[in-house]
Design a protein around this ligand. Structure first.
Ligand code: ATP
Length: 378
């Protein structure tokens, strides 16, 4: 079972750039926590601060009960004594050492007898299906094999914390998918507290027990992947997570016959709750919109702009005026360019955001408060 990592009020500046801005985070034992965000948001800096490779300006970091960094108390435990293992995007293998020596490097540093080093290295190479490659040098390995050596080195030294910085981004798409499964299985078997950095939202969603979304050195949301996807805390996260991208619209809120409605680009949907704002930004995932080839009461007419078949589903773009809406359909619809269509939106799947702050609006009684609705967008 892994250990707890506690990060309190962590700030790190590089000159005028604030890479981390008062970050607070508790990573639970055995968690697979993914730090996600666009380039430059501070993910790597946070990971490196936990590893002891960067010195923060303010704040505190504890690993289990040990304070490994405290700006106030002048504590900074060196990286080698923090019991963390790292895998980098570059793999950082020693080019002049064969696989055996690379994987056993940390064990030799700890003065473990050569016989035991050999036994442990053999075991991890076997576990990672690399048994025959011990005598090869990194230059004699493929990218995927080098990546495995880096993971083998991490596993051999058995640290209670795994820190991984974009470990799969140099691999081709297929290998990346295979390695995701392998890392997930390893995590399932070992239950080691893992912090994993990526800017790839699919990777984050598929691997994480919880995702931390960062922007501008700050944490914007910490949640289970499905919550991040279904209830993004702000419009930035809504647009960052999900492919194809979420549709966003300016929307007007109004009451009619006792029902609260949102109208966006002429489409009207009854809302399951009554927001205080009269003008909001609505966000709807492409799979929460369905296409009708027959007129619908609460939808104006759109034209098919493009049809993009993707195997089991099709992406359809429809147009009205200047607005293009993306729809993800699992039905194999036979649609023609410029054909008139109408749209139906699942009201329960619509998120509303404050226009000024960009924050998700939730009802006073919680996210699921309901109002009685009369009819729908049928
Ligand atoms: P990426 O996905 O591109 O690796 P990131 O989210 O990991 O990005 P960081 O590498 O943590 O971002 O960088 C955060 C900010 O700090 C960026 O503006 C970056 O330019 C800056 N920064 C990081 N390291 C240094 C450094 N050694 N010197 C100066 N500025 C730095």
């Amino acid at each position: 079972m892994g250990v707890t990592i506690d990060v309190k009020n962590l700030t790190k500046k590089y000159g005028k750039v604030t890479a981390l801005d008062r970050v607070n985070l508790t990573i639970q034992p055995g968690e697979f926590l993914v730090l996600l965000g666009p380039s430059g948001c501070g993910k790597t800096t946070l990971l490196r601060c936990i590893a002891g490779l960067e010195t923060p300006d303010e704040g505190e970091i504890s690993i289990d009960d040990q304070v490994v960094f405290s700006a106030e108390r002048g504590i900074s435990v060196p990286s080698g004594k923090r019991r963390v293992g790292m895998v980098f995007q570059s793999y950082a293998l020693w080019p002049h050492m064969a696989v055996y020596e690379n994987v056993g490097f940390g064990l030799r540093l700890r003065k473990i007898p050569p016989k035991d080093v050999r036994r442990q290295v053999d075991k991890v190479l076997e576990d990672l299906s690399m048994a025959g490659l011990g005598n090869r040098y990194p230059s004699e390995l493929s990218g995927g094999q080098q990546q495995r050596v880096a993971v083998a080195r991490l596993l051999a030294s058995k640290p209670p914390v795994f820190l991984m910085d974009e470990p799969l981004s140099n691999l081709d798409a297929r290998l990346r998918l295979d390695m995701r499964s392998e890392l997930k299985r390893l995590h399932y078997q070992l239950e080691v507290t893992t912090v994993y950095v990526t800017h790839d939202q699919t990777e984050a969603m598929t691997m994480a027990t919880r995702v931390v979304v960062m922007e501008g050195g700050r944490i914007r949301q910490i949640d289970a992947p499905q919550e991040i996807y279904r209830k993004p805390a702000n419009i930035f996260i809504a647009e960052f997570v999900g492919m194809p991208r979420i549709n966003t619209f300016p929307a007007k809120i109004f009451m009619q016959n006792g029902t609260c409605w949102a109208e966006m680009d002429g489409i009207k949907i009854p809302l399951p709750w009554i927001p205080a704002q009269k003008e909001v930004r609505a966000a709807i995932r492409p799979e929460d919109i369905t296409i009708s080839v027959n007129p619908l009461e609460n939808s104006p007419e759109f034209q098919v702009y493009a049809v993009l078949p993707c195997g089991p589903e099709i992406y359809v773009q429809v147009k009205r005026g200047n607005r293009i809406i993306m729809i993800r359909e699992t039905r194999q619809l036979d649609l023609q360019m410029d054909q008139p269509v109408w749209l139906k939106i699942d009201p329960a799947a619509v998120n509303l955001y404050d226009i000024q702050s960009g924050l998700l609006l939730i009802s006073e009684n919680g996210k699921t408060a309901e109002q009685p609705t009369k009819g729908g967008n049928k």
